[in-house]
Design a protein around this ligand. Structure first.
Ligand code: FAD
Length: 397
């Protein structure tokens, strides 16, 4: 019976264990979680959990009974520090060595640190979210370094908790970078209308010790009681890299079946830089949907299958009264088409290149996902005027 080890403590690790059992693997499965917790999901950590609207139990993918019922061994607080591909063993931080027949890496990412900033908050783990929530409870002024998804979701949560919030983002162009300036502006306006002091075009030169203030590059200062740094994530691939696995796009290079350059080692979730046949190239996506859906493909292939992961990137966010879903990849777009009412925050935005839809984002409009997907994957030329006309059904554009 093949022994399977899963390294990681996020959604991808839990879904991998589930998929392996669903697909009939009846040998040992061991999940090694670096954190002190069994696998859990991160999106609520900057949204309902941070806002105190979700129970702690709700963020964990499965409860202890599920792992027991499915005979999955979960070890928490153990970090894999080395990989011996020839011996097929992983080494743990305590010195122990564990054998595998097939290995799945789902080690995700960690928050990118801001050099020289002491006593600041980051938001990657449930412990981070607890600490930030405790800071919210004290009230006062929160400074946020970085106007990406994490920074803006936390800004919305902090405003909901009654804090004064200042967000510093060096580039207006890069605010919510993936969306481009046209749609980044929608988010900027949204936050400003909710009282966030959003400053773009200026970076942070220094953070006062304990997060007691920001010094900006133009010499001005912002008084704060706490600071959250949200400047991106770093994939956790060091031990795999040292073991000689191929890398790409900052992560581990995997084929369309999510197999690394070692046939007995697979990678999923944030770290997987995967060949994607639908997109037509290798992509690494740091989004929840990948962690949810890739493990089933990897599990099937670990058990001898030949499945391919070909889903489009998908992302969602909730901020104040705005809920949105984003599908596709807008890289290289030359046109943005809006369908609906931006001021009322009810619209679908499309990014096009040479008349073909690359990506779509529905804001407070639901059940259009299939049509948006079809517009992207069919690669058909569309008439921009009809695409933007709410009177023309999307399926007929
Ligand atoms: P992770 O969730 O990062 O889990 C990896 C786990 O592996 C961690 O627990 C880590 O400690 C552990 N680990 C790392 N190295 C080792 C090691 N050597 N040994 C043992 N264990 C190790 N995406 C969306 O699409 N929509 C959202 O709204 C959204 N909101 C988010 C909000 C927050 C606050 C964060 C942090 C992320 C959010 N994301 C969102 C992104 C999404 O959560 C990630 O893409 C997803 O968590 C990736 O899952 P993963 O299982 O690959 O890795």
């Amino acid at each position: 019976m093949a022994e399977i080890i899963v390294v990681g403590g996020g959604l991808a690790a839990a879904k991998a264990a589930e998929a392996l059992r669903d697909l009939g693997h009846d040998g040992p499965i061991t999940v090694l979680c670096g954190e002190a917790h069994p696998p859990y999901e991160r999106p609520p950590l900057s949204k309902e959990y941070l806002q105190g609207k979700a129970e702690r139990d709700s963020v964990f993918t499965f409860d202890a009974a599920w792992y027991a019922d499915h005979d999955v061994t979960v070890r928490t607080g153990v970090r894999v520090t080395s990989l011996d591909r020839e011996a097929r063993t992983v080494g743990l931080d305590g010195g122990e060595s564990l054998h595998y027949d097939e290995l799945l890496l789902a080690t995700g990412s960690r928050a990118r640190p801001l050099p020289g900033a002491d006593g600041v908050h980051y938001l990657r783990t449930i412990d981070d979210s607890d600490a930030l929530r405790a800071a919210f409870a004290k009230g006062g002024r929160l400074g946020i370094v970085g106007g990406g998804w994490i920074g803006l979701e936390a800004a919305a949560a902090a405003r909901g908790a009654g804090l004064e919030v200042t967000v510093i983002e060096p580039s207006e162009q890069r605010l919510i970078g993936a969306l481009g300036p046209e749609l980044g502006k929608v988010f900027a306006d949204l936050h400003r209308s909710h009282g966030v002091d959003l400053r773009t075009g200026v970076g942070v030169r220094a953070v006062e010790p304990g997060g007691r203030g920001l010094v900006l590059e133009d010499g001005s200062t912002v008084e704060t009681d706490a600071v959250l740094v949200g400047i991106g994530a770093i994939p956790n691939i060091e031990f795999a890299q040292e073991a000689g696995l191929d890398t790409a796009e900052g992560g581990l290079a995997v084929d369309a079946g999510l197999r690394t350059s070692d046939p007995h080692v697979f990678a999923v979730g944030d770290i997987a830089a995967a060949e994607n046949p639908t997109v037509g190239r290798r992509i690494r996506v740091e989004h929840w949907a990948n962690a949810l859906n890739q493990p089933r493909v990897a599990a099937a292939n670990m058990l001898g299958g030949s499945e391919v992961y070909d889903r489009l990137p998908y992302f969602f966010t909730d901020q104040y009264q705005l809920g949105m879903e984003y599908l596709g990849l807008s890289t290289g777009y030359d046109q943005v088409v809006i369908r609906g009412d931006v001021d009322a925050l009810e619209f679908v935005a499309f990014w096009l290149r040479e008349g073909r839809v690359l990506a779509g984002m529905n804001v407070n409009i639901w059940d259009v996902g299939d049509d948006v997907r079809d517009l992207i994957t069919s690669r058909r030329s569309v008439d921009a005027a009809r695409l933007g006309d709410t009177g023309v059904p999307l399926a007929e554009v």
